[in-house]
Design a protein around this ligand. Sequence first.
Ligand SMILES: *[C@@H]1O[C@H](CO)[C@@H](O)[C@H](O)[C@H]1NC(C)=O
Ligand SMILES: *[C@@H]1O[C@H](CO)[C@@H](O)[C@H](O)[C@H]1NC(C)=O
Ligand SMILES: *[C@@H]1O[C@H](CO)[C@@H](O)[C@H](O)[C@H]1NC(C)=O
Ligand SMILES: *[C@@H]1O[C@H](CO)[C@@H](O)[C@H](O)[C@H]1NC(C)=O
Ligand SMILES: *[C@@H]1O[C@H](CO)[C@@H](O)[C@H](O)[C@H]1NC(C)=O
Ligand SMILES: *[C@@H]1O[C@H](CO)[C@@H](O)[C@H](O)[C@H]1NC(C)=O
Ligand SMILES: *[C@@H]1O[C@H](CO)[C@@H](O)[C@H](O)[C@H]1NC(C)=O
Length: 685
Amino acid sequence: MFPRAWRAIALVASCLIATASSAVTYSPVKPPSYPLAVRSPYLSAWIPGSLVESLPSHNAQFWAGNNLVWSVIARVDGKTYNLFGVASPNDETQSATVTAATYTSTHSTFTVTAGSRQFTLDFFSPVSPKNYVRQSLPFSYLTVTVTAGNSASVQVYTDIDSSWTGQASDSTWSYSTSGKTGVFQIEANGASTYSQNSNGQALWGSAVYATRPSASSTLSTQSGPRVAVRDQFVNNGTLSGNHAAWSSGGVVAFAHDLGTTTSASAVTFAIGHVREESIDFLGEAQTGYYRASYKSTTAAVVHFLDDYSSAKSESTDFDSLIESTGTSSYGSNYSDILALSVRQVYGGIEITIPNDSLDTEYVRAFIKEISSDGNINTVDVIYATFPIFYTLSPDYLKLLLLPVFEYQASDAYTKEYAVHEIGANYPNATGHPADGEEMPIEESGNIIILTYAYEKASGNTDLSDTYSAQLKQFAEYLYENGLYPASQLSLNDALGELANQTNLAVKAAVGLATYGALTDQKNYTTTGREWADKIWTDHLGTDDAGTRFLIQYDTTPWFLVFNHYPDVLFDLDVFPDEAYNATTDFYPTVRETAGVPLDGAIGWGQTNWQSFVAATVTGDTRDLFISDLHAYLSNGLNTAPWSDRYWVEASNGYSAGQSYSFRARPTLGSHFALAALSGANIWSS
Ligand SMILES: *[C@@H]1O[C@H](CO)[C@@H](O)[C@H](O)[C@H]1NC(C)=O
Ligand SMILES: *[C@@H]1O[C@H](CO)[C@@H](O)[C@H](O)[C@H]1NC(C)=O
Ligand SMILES: *[C@@H]1O[C@H](CO)[C@@H](O)[C@H](O)[C@H]1NC(C)=O
Ligand SMILES: *[C@@H]1O[C@H](CO)[C@@H](O)[C@H](O)[C@H]1NC(C)=O
Ligand SMILES: *[C@@H]1O[C@H](CO)[C@@H](O)[C@H](O)[C@H]1NC(C)=O
Ligand SMILES: *[C@@H]1O[C@H](CO)[C@@H](O)[C@H](O)[C@H]1NC(C)=O
Ligand SMILES: *[C@@H]1O[C@H](CO)[C@@H](O)[C@H](O)[C@H]1NC(C)=O
């Protein structure tokens, strides 16, 4: 017995030593995954939190988890250190040591030590929701800074390969310059427009990597076989200037020679994925909004680099707004949650104009249902996301709803209720397929609620003026069908088709009252209130004692009803205080190890709906929802870009607190539900 126990103690001791020697400081917390370059559904590069300690030897990953080759290597006094993304190190190189990792709402920053000098790698994905040019540029910044220190000769190298095109097996490289800016582009050969690989990467368009000399650097470039190009840097510190044609596994590379220096010095790179024809909207190609100002990819990336200091200064203000909003509406746990959510939301959306006219009057936005099924402009995905738009950029509600209204107004759509989405596969917004999902009550209510959210937060009535006939049609549909919903799907499609779903009737009641507020017709508001009384006070949708909502009007399990959140946000007074007080008392009694599940029959929860409900309950119950969400964010059990679905109890071979298949969905805008109660449209830039 003794030897075994001793071995165990020795093992524990060696683990402690290993941990101590590679301690990384994570601030504010270590998240499941850090956004590196997250700007569109196709520019979505991440590094799992679990790999940060060994950042020098691990690849970045596309949101789906497949590797993206993107390396940073530095020489300090002739010795070569791998800083980031070098899975197969060249001879005579060593790993830098990672000491710190931080994230804000727009930056993920890593500090590493390489020989006598320290470097920071700042991965900066701008979020500029009111500047459509800046927001639509499909690029992200990487700034590598050598901090001040001992006098040393320093060179910084970086490369990418054709893993960024989605077709690593057959691509083409090109290199061009514009002024001092060098631009590599990588394109997949023979791919058709609007097609994706099985990981959801765009096969059309091109991956772009660009940089220019800083005031204190000399730039060199090269493309060719990976080991040879990196060896050239290892041996000499500069690249050869040879631009070989594409070869399998080869890289395109930049090196900056910063000279011999004691001071801090920085170089900035732009990484991106550009598709000139970005979305097919009902047969008309749409392109990025920025193309109205910057017609070529080279002009766009040159502008992006020109824009760096303005974008960075905006990000400082934006980050502090998110931080102060989170802290003042709840506390620092909440600001940690908001900060990690922001890039994931805006990085799931693209802002476009028509490819032929480039007319910015026809601006629209498209959102991808990343990882769940790839649908485009799913109305309930916009609904889940809407609190962030209400808080920061209400115009996005209009931009996302416009293509939905336009499609519903076309001859192609003949239903009396609202559509579920406008295409099964992003980027093809070519119409709802005949065999697509139907959610009549859910989406009809959503369109009304989202239109009003836009109007209330922005003060603009243009959307409801233009589409008043559709809104009226959906309100009437709710009135005729909403109190006893026929068997149908709800947005929680895992439930399957069920009749008399309480949460749908709640959506209908709140949808009608919202329509009353939108059109100033009190009888709709009154009807919404009467229905709420039936559902809650008369126990149509609750247990007999009136302590909880049920899934269906029946003796079914309880449900985490969230569709009354707009009642609270818009101050409509639809449901009685008793309903809010009772659910405040009830949810803590059904909390599992890691949170409150979506209903009483399953072991998983949804952060979107937990967040909506957190805004409808008070006191300790609200505390419980937010601290469970924070614990899930920081529990160290997950590695996927933040999943909005997780196990709240050990189940199906998962531990409590592990995520459940979804990843990188833009729906995390729901996390702003509580912040939205404190104010609309608070970002003014
Ligand atoms: C979009 O439609 C085109 C045909 O127009 C097709 O080639 C492409 O594969 C589709 N994209 C997706 C993601 O399904
Ligand atoms: C090595 O670098 C120097 C500049 O530091 C350059 O002049 C020379 O051509 C390089 N040699 C090779 C083989 O690239
Ligand atoms: C999109 O615009 C570009 C530039 O004018 C043009 O070359 C291309 O053919 C257009 N694509 C479509 C599908 O209209
Ligand atoms: C819905 O509930 C009502 C009232 O309880 C009931 O009369 C009706 O049969 C239910 N509908 C279905 C389809 O079960
Ligand atoms: C509300 O009143 C308007 C105008 O009288 C009428 O057209 C509409 O049907 C009423 N709707 C409801 C839900 O009572
Ligand atoms: C709901 O709870 C609040 C806070 O505890 C209390 O002040 C209020 O009277 C309650 N309302 C009802 C209708 O029970
Ligand atoms: C913050 O969240 C953590 C879980 O990550 C929890 O233990 C802690 O109590 C929360 N703090 C506050 C003030 O709610």
